[in-house]
Write a protein that binds this ligand. Sequence first.
Ligand code: GUN
Ligand code: ZN
Length: 433
Amino acid sequence: MSGLRAIRGEIVHFLGDPADLGSDALAHFPDGLLIVRDGLVAELGPAGELLPRLPAGTAVDDYRGKLVLPGFIDTHIHYAQTDIVASYGEQVLAWLEKYTYPTERRFADPAHAAAVAEFFCDELLRNGTTTAMAFATVHPASVDALFAAARKRHMRMIAGKVLMDRNCPDFLRDTADRGDAGSKALIERWHGRDRLLYAVTPRFAPTSTPEQMALAGRLFADHPGVYLQSHLAENEREVAWVARLYPEARSYLDVYERYGQLGARSVFAHCVWLDDTDRARMAATGATISFCPTSNLFLGSGLFDLDRAQAAGVRVGLGTDVGGGTSFSMLQTLNEAYKVQQLRGQRLPVERGFYLATRGGARSLYLDDRIGSFDTGREADLVVLDPAATPLLARRTAVATTLAERLFALMLLGDDRAVAATWVMGEPAWRRP
Ligand code: GUN
Ligand code: ZN
């Protein structure tokens, strides 16, 4: 880690939730300077004020003309599904059988896992994503491969071994005991090492026996600080299947609650088909929803109700859900989130969008004291966005008169091409050639 360095550019971050603070939520320095010491944010302010005080010889990276934001946070993604992104034609249950399980089978080979993990982490960085919460596969070595690749790049990564002991092909089926022992060993090996955090990972209620669901809940309870990630109420056929498998439960969400899997640091992807009781339980227990719009549209799952989730006080982050989702880009994820909101007769203001991708995502993961903003002491992860990255973006942003308008153009038209550079812990991790 370096000592002191600085980044100059148009700097934007959030001081809090725009839903609470309104326009005071956004801090904007048209010509700003972000000073980093030993990988952490030391100071942020107008360049004119801070530059004269900078010790002689401090390296200053000049990104004037570009926007500097906290690194994006992807709260739900599957690294092992990188190679099946954009697989044609199915909704989730058939898609799992036809594409997902066969591709996850290949992760029994640690060399394959390592190669995909390297590509995956590079692809996140190329898209400006510096923190991700990711599924591996049932193979413990697949988790080792992902954590090793993230660690090499100093990225924040929350990940876990998939738990699956029924309703899946033999070649991916674990036993409840083996899944439990494997998860424990991975927690010992990785949780809290550098920037890595472990997530107990029951795939979804249909692929775990009640015995495995109970063990997963116990693992989550017995390891404070460890996360839990799963899927919830994504697709109507899936919801009906869960009702048949767990007739005693009030709802799909109630299955997870009965097995002790609901609480702070438990993150459920999708949540398209919840009712108000479910939302109230999620809010009361501190559980989190990962809203995955590109996946929900691609797999024809449905339209997530962001306003209702927020009105109920549920923590919400954004997820790409690659490979059910169709892009690693959080900008493209925001683009489709905006359109989901439109189809629901709702709005996604640009401030709310970028909040969800940064500080709001961090809050949804209980990590806002570490990442998601440029508050002093935060880990200095950042993305540099180029408002003129493509001919169309350049034309559109040239006639934009406000910051909100330029950010909205990036949110709708931007993707990996708009990411000029990505920094991790105060060091450049990727630069567009
Ligand atoms: N439900 C259970 N597993 C998965 C998965 O891998 N992707 C999606 N989108 N939904 C799931
Ligand atoms: Zn998923």
